[in-house]
Design a protein around this ligand. Structure first.
Ligand code: SF4
Length: 201
């Protein structure tokens, strides 16, 4: 706004000119700022989100778990299909599949586990940083499946490591795996910073 200062010669004229200038400010400023009582509540309702640190961390954690696929048999191919564009695991923050246990959050056991492989599977599990989870995918991983009576087959991966979610089937379809992953998300989101597996107890 351009301010035009009139020529003044006496103190009275200077006072009058100053008064006019202040009045012009008031005329242009009055009404420019809406009454906060009328808009503040709505603004707060739309823009302020209150939560706890535990809830924010659990929410972020459940949507960014990196999977390690321990695939030993046919179920692994269904897991690969679930990772493809049709079923698109990326929607759940799981598009970065890790083959290093140090960068993985969830181990997906997909296939038959023999006793010969049990030590390797357990070693990989032990190398994963906390918090970590395990999903047993398919009848073989859950209970040994068709090969349960064999001398060489582990009758359920829960004999060698704790399992958080079981996805039944021979093999389970990708939709079933995604459902199992969603069940794990539902558990993770109930955890806290100190106890990420609170809901699993
Ligand atoms: S559960 Fe069935 S599909 Fe999966 S690894 Fe065992 S035999 Fe293969």
């Amino acid at each position: 706004m351009e301010i035009i200062r009139p020529e003044v010669t006496t103190p009275q004229e200077a006072d009058l000119a100053e008064g006019k200038l202040i009045n012009s400010f008031l005329e242009t400023c009055t009404g420019q700022y809406p009454d906060p009582d009328k808009w503040l509540d709505e603004e707060i309702r739309r823009n302020v989100l209150l939560t706890t640190v535990d809830a924010a961390v659990a929410w972020a954690r459940q949507r960014s778990i990196f999977p390690l696929i321990f695939g030993t048999a046919c179920c692994a191919f269904e897991m690969i299909a679930a990772s493809g564009p049709r079923f698109d695991l990326s929607r759940f923050g799981m598009d970065i599949i890790r083959f290093s246990p140090r960068q993985a959050d969830v181990m997906l056991i997909t296939g038959t586990i023999t006793w010969k492989m049990a030590t390797a599977a357990r070693m990989i599990y032990d190398q994963m940083p906390e918090p970590k989870w395990v999903i047993a995918v398919g009848a073989c991983a859950i209970s040994g499946g068709t090969f349960r009576e064999s001398y060489s087959v582990v009758p359920g991966v829960n004999h060698i490591m704790p399992v958080d979610v079981y996805v039944p089937g021979c093999p389970p379809r990708p939709e079933a795996m995604i459902h199992g992953i969603n069940r794990l998300h539902a558990k993770i989101v109930k955890g806290t910073i100190d106890n990420p597996n609170l809901a699993l107890k």
